[in-house]
Design a binder for this molecule. Structure first.
Ligand SMILES: [Zn+2]
Length: 104
């Protein structure tokens, strides 16, 4: 989906850039499309870097999880994390797989 949005925005922007009959409104749409695209990428990046984003509460299905500081203290590389549901206080155990870095 993100690839399609990016391609559409690029197509529209390049069409309007080289068009001799583009209007102010079309230019305005172009700016909005580009801005929205940046927001979509920002959102994805935030999810990639947030370790809790892929988890939800197994009790109430809420995604409002916080890292439980009581249980998460560990030395070295963190491989297991305890997340606490802000809705129902359930504790979720998050285990990080041991894989190589720089996987982007
Ligand atoms: Zn919950």
């Amino acid at each position: 989906m993100i690839k399609k949005i990016t391609e559409c925005t690029w197509d529209y922007a390049s069409k309007k850039t080289h068009s001799r009959s583009a209007t102010f409104y079309e230019a305005s749409i172009c700016v909005v499309l580009c801005t929205s695209l940046v927001v979509v990428y920002e959102n994805i990046l935030q999810k990639v870097f947030d370790p809790t984003s892929q988890y939800n509460c197994y009790v109430c299905k809420s995604r409002k999880l916080i890292i439980n500081p009581d249980d998460s203290a560990e030395e070295g590389i963190v491989q297991k994390l305890y997340l606490k549901c802000e809705e129902c206080d359930a504790i979720i155990e998050a285990i990080f797989e041991n894989h190589d870095e720089n996987h982007f």
